[in-house]
Design a protein around this ligand. Structure first.
Ligand SMILES: [Zn+2]
Ligand SMILES: [Zn+2]
Length: 327
């Protein structure tokens, strides 16, 4: 059994050393930003769980499909039923009018295209935590510096009304995360001081765990407590050009052909009934009439063209595979 050494200090000088019988908490690993083919990912829930269980040393994963919760809840059922080693946190990546936000520890999806403030309040009202993914990235819909500073400045008033972030993704290995990584890190260190997270944003199994968060303990509860106590650390590496290219054609095919085709089938009433939050959002009146919600296909087209600019940018980087990124 492992024991914790505790040192009592007086004026910085150790005065005694005692051994307690408290077990040293193991450092857990979590990848809490993952996508499945319930929406635009290339991996099924089953493939994701099998890979995480057998090919990684992750203790926790969170499934965070865009504006959907179904895959995350199904993964939790599978883990409970089969007694897998890896544990699942249910989450979703919400598309707000001001950029994406990750909601973890929730059991439902949230309406798209609300303001970031309304979405943060809704996530906290639902008992979840809110994390800024790929902060300030101009390659995908991201929360920008102005809103990060503004929400930070709300202080206690923001906390009281649920308008606050619980953590920020300091390493997102995609090119979208890479373009703003340094600026986001500087802003967090000098102004925001948010607990850090790293998530792979993996849409395919080979990317799972390329970025991950460590924390004292191993359970979902431990991770949540670690965020609250600023005890998390961000780790990982950026994807190479080859890794981006390997999933690009299938991603684009899925975004342009498969997902829109599925939507057409749903509208026609054929095939399996699936979650249709995109259609719901399209039929909803915008909150303040300022911006028309986009259909899923249009949104994916926009993201794909962002991705294409990302590939061009990535190709121009001097080093194709930088190491590091540890906080
Ligand atoms: Zn995103
Ligand atoms: Zn994502």
């Amino acid at each position: 059994m492992t024991f914790l050494r505790e040192q009592s200090r007086v004026d910085g000088v150790p005065t005694s050393v005692q051994v307690s019988n408290l077990p040293v908490p193991r450092t857990g690993r979590a990848d809490v930003h993952l996508h499945t083919d319930e929406v635009d990912g290339l991996q099924s829930v089953r493939d994701l769980l099998d890979y995480a269980e057998t090919q990684t040393n992750l203790d926790l994963v969170a499934i965070t499909d865009h504006d959907a919760i179904r895959g995350a809840l199904r993964a939790q059922e599978i883990v409970a039923h089969e007694g897998l080693r890896v544990q699942v946190i249910a989450g979703t990546e919400v598309t707000t009018r001001h950029g994406h936000v990750l909601a973890l520890f929730v059991d439902r999806a949230f309406p798209m295209l609300k303001s970031i403030d309304a979405t943060l309040a809704a996530i906290h009202e639902a008992g979840g935590i809110a994390i800024v993914p790929h902060p300030m990235s101009w390659l995908t819909t991201s929360i920008g510096e102005r809103n990060l500073r503004r929400i930070h400045a709300l202080g206690d008033a923001g906390r009281d009304s649920g308008v606050y972030f619980d953590a920020v993704e300091m390493l997102n290995p995609s090119v979208a995360g890479r373009v703003a990584c340094r600026r986001a890190r500087d802003l967090n260190q000098t102004v925001l001081n948010l607990p850090v997270m790293a998530g792979s944003d993996a849409h395919a199994t080979s990317m799972i765990g390329t970025a991950y968060t460590t924390f004292p303990g191993t359970t979902p509860h431990d991770l949540r407590a670690a965020f609250a106590r600023h005890q998390t650390r961000a780790h990982g590496r950026f994807w190479t050009f080859g890794e981006h290219r390997a999933i690009a054609s299938e991603s684009l095919y899925r975004a342009w052909v498969l997902v829109p085709a599925r939507k057409v089938r749903e509208i026609a009433g054929r095939g399996q009934k699936r979650e249709t939050r995109w259609e719901e959002a399209r039929n909803q009146k915008p909150e303040d009439g300022s911006q028309k919600p986009e259909a899923g296909g249009q949104r994916l087209d926009a993201e794909s063209s962002h991705l294409a600019s990302g590939f061009r940018l990535l190709a121009s980087f001097p080093s194709p595979n930088p190491a590091g990124g540890d906080e």
